[in-house]
Ligand binder design. Structure first.
Ligand code: PEP
Ligand code: MN
Length: 271
C-alpha cells in the first residue's frame, strides 16, 4: 500500500478540530444542523428560530447543491451564502457549506468557517488538493460506495496539502434495500474511532433518507463512538425544495436535540 499517514499508526493522538467558537473531537461533542439547501429569507428565519431555542454548534446549509437531475433546484449560489452567513451570525455559530467545484472555492471561503466535501465529490482529487491548500476545517463526507481505504486516501489528499483540520463524515452507503435511501455504516464509525485520529460525525439524514429513523440512528452513532452528528432541519419540511422527507421539523428537532445531548453526556462527552 502507498504511504498513508492519516491512521493512528502515524498520528496516535486524537486531533480536535476548532471551528470558531466550536470544537469537536478528543472528547468534545458537536451537533451540526441546518437545511439541505438555503431557499428563502423566510425559511432561514424559521431555521434561526429553531436553533435559537436548541443550539447547535454549527449551521449547515447548501448554496451549491450537487443534484442528481440537472433540472432539480441547484441552490442559490452567492445569494444563498449571504443568507446562510446572516443566519449564523444571528445565532453566533459558525457556518458549514459545501463546495462542489474548485472555481467556487474562493467565493465559498469568503462566507464559510468550514468547507464540506460532499459524497459525490469525495474522489474529486483536484478539489481535495484545493481544500488541502487552505486552512479552514474540512468536513469530508464518505462516498456512497467508497471503501474505508478510499475514504482514508481522500483524507490523505487533504493532509498532503497541509491541512489537518479534517472531520470525517459517515453519511450512509448504498444497499440493495429501497426501504432506505442509504444505510448508516456503524462498522465504519467504530473502525475510524479505533484507527484514525480525526473526529467522526454521522449524518443520519442522508444515511437513512427517513425522518423517523434520524433519532434512533443518532443514538446508535453516539453509542458507536461518533464525536458529532449532522442533521437536516426545515421549518416546514413538506415545502422543502430538497430532502424534505429526511428533514426534522421544529418539534422533532427539539426532541432529537435533547435525546442526543442526554446520551452524549451519559457517554462522558463534553457538550
Ligand atoms: C448534503 O449534506 O447536503 C449532501 C448533499 O450530502 P451527501 O453529499 O452526503 O449526499
Ligand atoms: Mn440533503
Amino acid at each position: 500500500m502507498d504511504k498513508l499517514t492519516v491512521t493512528r499508526e502515524h498520528r496516535p493522538d486524537d486531533i480536535a478540530v476548532t471551528i470558531g467558537p466550536s470544537r469537536i473531537g478528543n472528547g468534545e461533542f458537536l451537533l451540526i444542523a441546518g437545511p439541505c439547501a438555503v431557499e428563502t429569507p423566510e425559511q432561514m428565519a424559521g431555521i434561526v428560530a429553531m436553533l435559537a431555542g436548541n443550539p447547535a454548534g454549527m449551521l449547515r446549509g447548501g448554496a451549491f447543491k450537487p443534484r442528481t437531475s440537472p433540472y432539480a433546484f441547484q441552490g442559490l449560489g452567492r445569494d444563498g451564502l449571504v443568507l446562510l452567513r446572516e443566519a449564523a451570525d444571528r445565532l453566533g455559530i459558525p457556518v458549514l457549506t459545501e463546495v462542489t467545484d474548485t472555481t467556487h472555492l474562493e467565493l465559498v471561503l469568503e462566507f464559510a468557517d468550514a468547507i464540506q466535501i460532499g459524497s459525490r465529490n469525495m474522489s474529486a482529487y483536484e478539489l481535495l488538493k484545493a481544500v488541502g491548500r487552505q486552512s479552514k476545517p474540512v468536513v469530508l463526507k464518505r462516498g456512497m460506495a467508497a471503501t474505508v481505504r478510499e475514504f482514508l486516501y481522500a483524507a490523505e489528499y487533504i493532509v498532503a496539502g497541509g491541512n489537518e483540520q479534517i472531520i470525517l463524515c459517515e453519511r450512509g452507503i448504498r444497499s440493495f434495500d429501497p426501504t432506505y435511501r442509504n444505510v448508516v455504516d456503524l462498522n465504519t464509525v467504530a473502525w475510524l474511532k479505533a484507527h484514525c485520529p480525526f473526529p467522526v460525525v454521522v449524518d443520519p439524514s442522508h444515511g437513512s433518507g427517513r425522518v423517523d429513523l434520524v433519532t434512533p440512528l443518532s443514538r446508535a452513532a453516539i453509542a458507536a463512538g461518533a464525536d458529532g452528528l449532522m442533521v437536516e432541519v426545515h421549518p416546514n419540511p413538506g415545502c422543502a425544495r430538497s430532502d424534505g422527507d429526511q428533514s426534522l421539523d421544529p418539534a422533532a428537532y427539539r426532541d432529537w436535540h435533547r435525546a442526543c445531548l442526554d446520551l452524549a453526556r451519559f457517554m462522558g462527552r463534553t457538550c
